[in-house]
Design a protein around this ligand. Structure first.
Ligand code: PAF
Length: 294
């Protein structure tokens, strides 16, 4: 792969190549492929990287010879009135984390590179799963996510791509994208990383005040209570989770639902997924947990 001759290298000593255009990316990947029989992993991100992203990068490193991380705040997945303009951006720190976690190539394009025509003419329809739950309150969100992920898959042609289970509906939809559009990529979900207090790590947690963060802990507590009630079946799980959420007035619940792992009906017995979305102050938070039903 490129090192001294990379378009940009971090601190002049890193092996991380930072590329911003399609041609630089293709060239860098082609050279990497020539120098070793590389299995390539892609970790798509919107930057503002935290320990949750670090675990995705580590998983990618375990599964491949060469890790590509993309850093792109994708305007197509933000609705009007959402936090596109104030979405946290921290490129220098992100690059340092990529370097620490064995990333070989960072693709950090501008909006013009990803969307030469705006709005884009051809986009990916996420189908019915894209319009429920997160898609119900963010109507064009998953069209935006799947469109940019399809572009990244086309550009990087990774063998494997890693997505966090934290955005579980996104993970299900990306799997469907790869299957339905016959994309030769293995889509892997990596476990949610939590703070010591149980809050799922998210770039949006920084919007929470201390008191809001204390309220937000009701989400992970509710999921844990639901998961512990798996022997009571779906009804028992939902009742246990609802009891916790209902006791925290600072949390405005959008949805609490139990689904099959592929987002179908939950089974009578076996693995299901308990998902919650809620607003705490002005911040919308989501979380989910695996539940064993019996
Ligand atoms: O999960 C995210 O950060 C984004 O939705 C993704 C997958 C990078 C697409 O913009």
């Amino acid at each position: 792969m490129r090192d001294d001759t990379s378009p940009t290298t971090l601190g002049g000593r890193s092996r991380v190549a930072i590329v911003t255009t399609h041609s630089e990316l293709r060239e860098t990947l082609a050279e990497a492929d020539r120098s070793r029989a590389a299995r390539v992993a892609l970790v798509p991100t919107m930057g503002a990287l935290h320990r949750g992203h670090a675990s995705l990068l580590d998983e990618a490193r375990r599964m491949a010879d060469l890790v590509v991380a993309s850093i792109f705040v994708n305007p197509l997945q933000f609705g009007a009135g959402e936090d596109l303009a104030r979405y946290p951006r921290s490129l220098e720190a992100d690059l340092a984390m990529c370097q620490q976690h064995g990333v070989s190539v960072v693709f950090a394009p501008s909006v013009d590179v990803v969307y030469p025509a705006w709005p884009p003419v051809v986009t990916v329809d996420p189908g019915p799963t894209g319009s429920i739950l997160e898609g119900a309150s963010r109507p064009e969100h998953f069209r935006g996510v799947l469109t940019v992920v399809a572009k990244l898959f086309g550009l990087v042609t990774p063998n494997v791509a890693i997505f966090g289970e934290k955005d579980y509906q996104q993970l299900v939809l990306v799997r469907q994208l790869a299957t339905d559009l016959c994309m030769p990529v293995e889509v892997v979900g990596a476990e949610t990383v939590r703070g010591l207090d149980g809050l799922a790590l998210s770039s949006r947690n920084r919007y929470l005040s201390d008191s809001e963060r204390a309220c937000a802990l009701a989400l992970s507590r509710a999921l844990a209570a639901g998961a512990a009630a798996g022997s009571g079946g779906a009804t028992g799980v939902l009742a246990a989770a609802e009891a916790v959420l209902g006791s925290e007035p600072g949390v405005a619940v959008d949805y609490l639902t139990l689904r099959g792992t592929d987002f179908g009906e939950p089974p009578n017995a076996g693995e299901a997924r308990l998902l919650v979305a809620a607003k705490v102050g002005g911040t919308r938070l989501i979380d989910n947990l695996a539940v064993q039903l019996s």
